[in-house]
Design a binder for this molecule. Sequence first.
Ligand code: NZQ
Ligand code: ZN
Length: 388
Amino acid sequence: MENFIFHVPTEVLFGHDLEETFAARVAALGKRALIVIGGGSVKRLGIYDAIVDALHAHGVDTVECAGISPNPRIDEAKRGIALVHKENIEVIVPIGGGSVLDCAKLIAAGAKTDADPWDLVLGKAPIKDALPLATVITVAATGSEMDPHSVISNPETKQKLGWSSPLALPRVSYLNPAYTYTVNAWHTAAGTADIMSHTMESYFSVEDDAYLQDSISEAILRTCIKYGPVAFKDPTNEEARANLLWANSWAINGLIGTGKAQAWSVHAMEHELSAYYDITHGVGLAILTPHWLRHFLNDKTVSRIARFAKVIFSIEKKTEYEQAEAGIAALSEFFRSLDIPMTLKEVDIDETHLAEMAKNSVARSGGVIHGFQPMTAEDVEAIYRAAL
Ligand code: NZQ
Ligand code: ZN
């Protein structure tokens, strides 16, 4: 196992009726809070009032920053940063899905520097400080409530890029499964695929000595396979929503990637699709993952994919190759069973930008992503083409 440092200082409040506890934590971080929300669903659902009323009762004044888009944009973060300065904000409180949390992270860091926030995303300007973040997550998907990552789009340059900083780790996060009951079937399916993809990005590696981390990954994948379809059909099923929500945090908070080389391949490919076509992140991942596995099925990778087939889908075949192929097919079937479109054409993506997107997806890694297998622009284009 490789050396690692694991430090996740986020306090998690998990369960029902913890709004008061959350508000008390926020009050200890600051008395003026910027409430960051998306298109308004959390208001319609009463989640906003439950949190904001509790904050007011704890002496926290609130200012609202609404309208963060799915696939949040740089100009939305800039708008939030301006509000922080104008309103003397001390703590950032996003209430929503990963998009809202990711935007709030850039607001928190961007408010503490004179640098252009896009330069923080590009890594051109250092992140030396950030306002404290206290998050309320309402979609089980990204794990943003317990990770140091944020993904921001710049429609002008057609870029969607991730950035990370320990300073972007929330101080406290409230996870209430009931807040996710209203997530529609599309985002429930996409969220399940996203959790699985975060897990698979670490799990599929040729190193074989992180038994504990890989076994935890398998438990997370089995949780998604068991409960994704339940939440999809029965949205208010508490057991399913609670298990998916907790799986969502552990898939990406760093634990399962400890001790392993981490180079996320499918996310790099998918972020190009959402940058160019603004598609739902989890849907893009579900479309690409089976083709990525098939593209890299070879003597070095076959054992791991065959193990995946056996442990996750209880598939056993005569040869490792047959077993691996059947596992990949079962993964596609699973996504399809959640009504996820499984081709690029179904999400209105054609050949037009494939070569350009393929080149961009590996550019940040110097032309090769050293993940499960080394992946070049040619590999990415072949995977995109197979997914058409
Ligand atoms: O905009 P509102 O009205 O809030 O509606 C949202 C949005 O339309 C709705 N929604 C949120 N909570 C709801 C709800 N609908 C009903 N009931 C609720 N309780 O759901 C829609 C999708 O929300 P969004 O936040 O976009 O979804 P998700 O959580 O999947 O976040 C996706 C974004 O996160 C990035 C993705 O690339 C994408 O931009 N990622 C962030 C990561 C991270 N921070 O670590 C890692 C991921 O790999 C990912 O890249
Ligand atoms: Zn993701």
